[in-house]
Design a protein around this ligand. Structure first.
Ligand code: MF3
Ligand code: CO
Length: 237
């Protein structure tokens, strides 16, 4: 899993370099697929439940599962890149939300708070804690900063499959759910909205957008629980 996650991290770093005004999301997708194969891995999303691309590129009010296409990134957009690979039978999964050129202060705050919410959730991924301690930490920070938490999509266990149990919601009371143990690996992935939490799915059957058109940000890491606490396998992306 460490190897799979290192590949995810390196390719996300490459994609990050390419995010600028004028670049189409399809270009990012091609790069992500080509690089995975070059590194002996396979894109994890392509073909998953019929999803046709290697990356999810979700722009502005798009929450998750935005499909790459001819749309070009514009100055002031924010774009979430969600990417996973399978390497030697094991999966890695991560996401980041990036600014395209100069963005508004409110968009900057949304990105910062979503990233902080993920970090605070990860801090709870320790042996002896319970699953919802992660969920609660994410929700508390996001809502405390005036944002809302998407309910319809959640994090997940990950390993020999992309999605394993348990589900990892980004909201809830602390102290509930399974007890966390060394050896478990979770993909923790808050999706945080600027305005209301409601989402709807576009006619393409994949793209989730905010119901009210407000911005949305998404960060994700694959995290191993160890005796010494969380080990962020996809760190630096
Ligand atoms: N990171 C997302 C997830 O964990 C990506 C899934 S996109 C899909 O669910 F296309 F593969 F479904
Ligand atoms: Co995921």
């Amino acid at each position: 899993m460490r190897s799979a996650c290192r590949i995810v991290r390196e390719i996300l770093s490459l994609l990050k370099e390419e995010v600028k005004p004028g670049v189409s999301t399809l270009v990012l997708d091609h790069l992500a697929e080509k690089q995975a194969r070059k590194m002996g891995a396979r894109p994890a999303f392509k073909g998953y439940s019929g999803y046709p691309y290697s990356v999810c590129c979700s722009i502005n009010e798009q929450v998750v599962h935005g499909m790459p296409g001819d749309r070009v990134l514009l100055e002031g957009d924010i774009v979430s890149l969600d990417y996973g690979v399978v390497y030697d039978g094991y999966f890695g999964d991560a996401a980041v939300t990036l600014p395209v050129g100069r963005i508004s202060e409110s968009a900057e705050k949304l990105i910062r708070v979503t990233s902080e919410s993920l970090d605070l959730g990860i801090d709870q991924a320790c042996p002896g804690n319970r699953l919802s301690d992660i969920s609660h930490a994410v929700q508390k920070h996001a809502e405390g900063q005036g944002f809302s938490v998407v309910r319809e999509f959640v994090g997940h266990g990950i390993g020999k499959s992309l999605h394993e149990s348990p589900q990892v919601p980004n909201f809830g009371l602390p102290g509930k759910g399974i007890k966390l143990k060394p050896g478990m690996v979770l993909a923790i992935e808050p999706m945080i909205n600027q305005l209301g939490p409601e989402v709807r799915i576009l006619g393409d059957g994949w793209t989730a957008v905010t119901l009210d058109g407000g911005l949305s940000a998404h960060f994700e890491h694959t995290v191993a629980i160890t005796e010494n606490g969380p080990d962020i396998l996809t760190s630096v992306c």
